[in-house]
Design a protein around this ligand. Structure first.
Ligand code: ADP
Ligand code: ADP
Length: 218
């Protein structure tokens, strides 16, 4: 479970997150919807302990994360797939991540298979397309088999087959009882992917609803 309580964050004069509160429960895909600049990434970074809020707090499983003290088995995050650079292969990239977290090579091969990158595992990840980088980022997210997953715009750069594939994967992860928060700036995408929706604009909560309830009102 993820709990965001009265969270606020400013960057200079710009308010990124403005007294935001919501809860993300396990067992469903929760969409985090809002236009670009709404504050989705900032909120996710604070939840992960990568940034500190000005006021309020964010808890994962009742705990507040500080940077680098976040076990891979508890939470996995896909923040910016474009951040993959350099000459290392997809396999080496995942393996070094795995080894520093006490995870072995067998699990690396397993997640590469799961995201459909087995055939290109020895290729330089820095040269991957954005869609392939998203798959690699997802593999890293899945490495520790985490109970909580945060994915920031994971469908960016994916082709329609990739989008459908990610949708199914998120559904099965949630159906297994995991907590899944996935952000997007596209209502059409979220309507197809999410069971619940948290909608924000200018850092503030606009709606917190189930997709079915929302559709029933149309
Ligand atoms: P979203 O993920 O919904 O696109 P962000 O959380 O990235 O939104 O950004 C929210 C607001 O905060 C935007 O106005 C953005 O420009 C600003 N912002 C985010 N990160 C920083 C930063 N490190 N420094 C300055 N402004 C930032
Ligand atoms: P520290 O090692 O002091 O915890 P951090 O950079 O992790 O360093 O945090 C800086 C400040 O932000 C601390 O006061 C910390 O309690 C707070 N903080 C960090 N993450 C969160 C969070 N998710 N929710 C609320 N406060 C947080």
């Amino acid at each position: 479970m993820i709990e965001v309580r009265e969270l606020s964050k400013r960057y200079g004069r710009a308010t990124a997150v403005d007294n935001l509160s919501f809860t993300v429960r396990p067992g469903a895909v929760t969409g985090f919807l809002g236009p670009n600049g709404a504050g989705k990434s900032t909120t996710m970074r604070i939840v992960l302990g990568l940034d500190a809020p000005d006021t309020g707090e964010a808890l994962v499983g009742g705990r507040r994360y500080a940077t680098l003290r976040r076990p891979m088995s508890e939470v996995g995050a896909l923040l910016d797939a474009n951040a993959v650079h350099g000459g290392r292969s997809a396999y080496d990239h995942l393996l070094s991540l795995a080894l520093t977290n006490g995870i072995g090579p067998a699990r690396v091969r397993e997640v590469l298979e799961q995201v459909g990158l087995s055939d290109v595992a020895r290729k330089r990840a820095g040269k991957f397309s954005l869609g392939m980088k998203q798959r690699l980022g997802l593999a890293a997210t899945l490495l520790g088999d985490p109970a909580v997953l945060l994915l920031d715009e994971p469908v960016n750069g994916l082709d329609p087959d990739g989008v459908r594939w990610i949708r199914e994967l998120l559904r099965s992860l949630a159906a297994d009882g995991r907590t899944v928060l996935v952000s997007s700036h596209l209502m059409s995408e979220m309507a197809l992917t999410a069971d619940r929706l948290i909608v924000i604009g200018r850092g503030r909560l606009i709606a917190d609803t189930s997709v079915r309830e929302l559709e029933a009102r149309f």
